[in-house]
Ligand binder design. Structure first.
Ligand code: GLC
Ligand code: MG
Length: 586
């Protein structure tokens, strides 16, 4: 409430300043997170400080100045907690301690202190749906220790005519095969929506809900600014029938899309995912974050939520009109629907649908990649890396950068023998390339030295992509023009008033041109032209936006023949193949 009031005063003062002609180029009109750039660090692959071939916390701390210098608002660390590493940290055995190969609690404190010193916020990954099977909680639950009996989703299952145990339903794990595993000791099945070493917590048990809220408060007390919340749609399942079994999920309508009966895409997850209670839990966490913010100094603590779900559900994650939810439901609608062959109009429609349907008072989010998805440079074409970076960073709201996107890293090559991702390992030598998430997780390419400057070890946990000698952060810092320099300029541009507060006017021209403006009345007018196609096109920008006679090219793709700083005539603009350009009216 208090910070909202302050922000309101700031906005009023800025509006007055603008009227008086006192507007400045850079002005923070938003709360810290609203227009932020969130940078996802996959700690295992970011920077190895101790030479064991595995990235670590001290490695992250070492690179904080780099992240600050390119303009990042907050970093989000993929899980750093104690874990047997079956799912590389998404299988947590102790929510309260740091994985030793990543460092110690002191290292974590040093990271937080270092970040604070330079004004970078830190977000942690909160993994509420499941724990590791090595968690003390799961061990206690197997033994039916008082208080822990119903911590996980247990079921007797079914018995067939021959007296054999059968799972309580046909549900499938995200990593193939049944989502139910028989436990000999307890003589029951438990649910695991991911690997069998990741048993699902039982959110119908209020003790579980309370315990996980304690976990959140613990890390907030350690100085983090919030969380990225993992796998939210999986938290609740339907209630069991009286005999403890669950309803089977129906097979998808068009089986040809996913014929493999062991692959989770074969079923419609109407009972195991997307239950309204899961979204309600997000509202409860929002209340916790707001309470915490109020009790602890007013700086907003935030949550970003991971949900691969329907468009309508994504809107509900923001709130239901009565209660607030996630500040930032990752825009996977954008990530999944912007495809290699999307037309300009299709992309414009995807953007507008989100903006036109968000509830009032929230901020849009734009994201194209993460550690579970092939890198967008690989997916959408290396020649268009800058085009999509420009798009992501100039739309209204906040943006996510997955580590390496700022230097246009591509997917690394990982052979079947080198594959370690459980989703890859559960497939076969013929199909693993379709399933394995390792290629987007190869080590960050810092420089042209051994292992791309990621590690001095002889072998790294995943191979370094072999294009690192040409494509690395140091080379891009030194080059007069580079993906990294384009990225850095864009992040600076995001801080201008027109980019923070300006309305978006967006249009498609023909199959390949996306053109849009960002402007606050009385402040700078920016026009962005993106050519997603391979043919040169001549444009009169004044037909769409009143730029007048002169505009300055302030940011442009690597291949652009317009140099940054050049003044051009907007009525005679050449949109070059696969080139994006940001213009400002002068
Ligand atoms: C999320 C994570 C993914 C993990 C899964 C299970 O989708 O991003 O990496 O495997 O949850 O925790
Ligand atoms: Mg290490």
């Amino acid at each position: 409430m208090y910070s909202k009031f302050v922000m309101h005063i700031v906005r009023v003062l800025l509006a007055v300043a603008t009227l008086l002609g006192l507007h400045s180029q850079i002005a923070q009109t938003k709360d810290w997170w609203e227009n932020g750039n969130y940078y996802q660090i996959y700690p295992r692959s970011f920077r190895d400080s101790d030479g064991d071939g595995i990235g670590d916390l001290n490695g992250v701390t070492e690179k904080l100045p780099y992240l600050k210098s390119i303009g990042i608002t907050a970093i989000w660390l993929s899980p750093i907690f104690k874990s047997p590493m079956v799912d590389f940290g998404y299988d947590i055995s102790d929510f309260y301690s740091i994985q030793p190969e990543y460092g110690t609690l002191e290292d974590f404190n040093a990271l937080i202190a270092g970040a604070k010193q330079i004004g970078l916020r830190v977000l942690l990954d909160f993994v509420p749906n499941h724990t590791s099977d090595q968690s003390e909680w799961f061990q206690k639950s197997i033994n039916r220790e008082p208080g822990y009996e119903d911590f996980y989703v247990w079921s007797d299952g079914k018995v067939d005519a021959d007296g054999n145990h059968k799972p309580p339903s046909n549900w499938l794990s995200a990593f193939r095969y049944s989502a139910w595993e028989w436990n000999e000791q307890r003589q029951q099945y438990y649910l695991h929506q991911f690997s069998k070493q990741q048993p699902d917590l039982n959110y119908r048990n209020p003790l579980v809900v309370a315990k996980m809220k304690e976990v959140m408060r613990y890390w907030l007390d350690m100085g983090v600014s919030g969380f990225r919340v993992d796998a939210v749609p999986f938290m609740f399942e339907v209630k069991p029938y009286e005999d403890g079994t669950y309803p089977d999920e129906p097979v998808i309508d068009d089986v040809s899309i996913c014929p493999d009966p062991d692959d989770e895409c074969h079923l419609k997850h109407i009972y195991s995912q997307d239950q309204p209670e899961s979204i309600e839990m997000v509202y409860q966490w929002r209340e916790l974050l707001e309470e915490y913010t109020k009790e602890n100094g007013g700086e907003t603590r935030i949550m970003l939520t991971e949900a691969y779900t329907s468009f309508d559900n994504l809107m509900l994650y923001y709130g239901d009109g009565v209660r607030n939810g996630s500040m930032c439901p990752f825009n996977f609608y954008f990530m999944r629907n912007v495809k290699n062959d999307s037309s300009a109009q299709e992309i414009v429609d995807i953007i507008e649908r989100w903006l036109n349907n968000m509830p009032e008072g929230v901020f849009a989010n734009w994201v194209l990649g993460n550690h579970d998805t092939p890198r967008f440079t690989t997916r959408l074409g290396e020649q268009r890396a800058d085009v999509f970076t420009i798009l992501l960073q100039t739309l209204p709201g906040n943006a996510v950068t997955y580590n390496g996107e700022e230097i246009a890293m591509t997917d690394g090559k990982v052979t079947w023998n080198q594959t370690v991702d459980p989703q890859g390992c559960a497939s076969s030598p013929d199909t693993y390339e379709h399933y394995s998430r390792d290629p987007s997780r190869t080590p960050f390419q810092w420089d042209a030295t051994k292992n791309a400057g990621f590690s001095c070890a002889d072998t790294t946990w995943l191979p370094v992509a072999d294009n690192y000698r040409q494509n690395n952060a140091l080379a891009q810092l030194r080059a007069p023009k580079s993906h990294l320099k384009i990225f850095t300029k864009l992040l600076r541009l995001r801080k201008t008033r027109s980019l923070q507060d300006g309305a978006l006017q967006i249009k498609a021209i023909g199959n390949d041109i996306i053109i849009y403006s960002r402007e606050v009345a009385g402040d700078d007018l920016y026009v962005i032209v993106l050519n997603i196609g391979d043919t040169k096109q001549n444009l009169n920008i004044n037909e769409y936006f009143g730029m007048g006679k002169k505009a300055e090219v302030i940011i442009s793709s690597m291949q652009s023949t317009y140099r940054d700083g050049v003044i051009i005539d907007p009525s005679n603009f050449v949109a070059e193949p696969y080139v994006g350009v940001v213009l400002v009216k002068v």
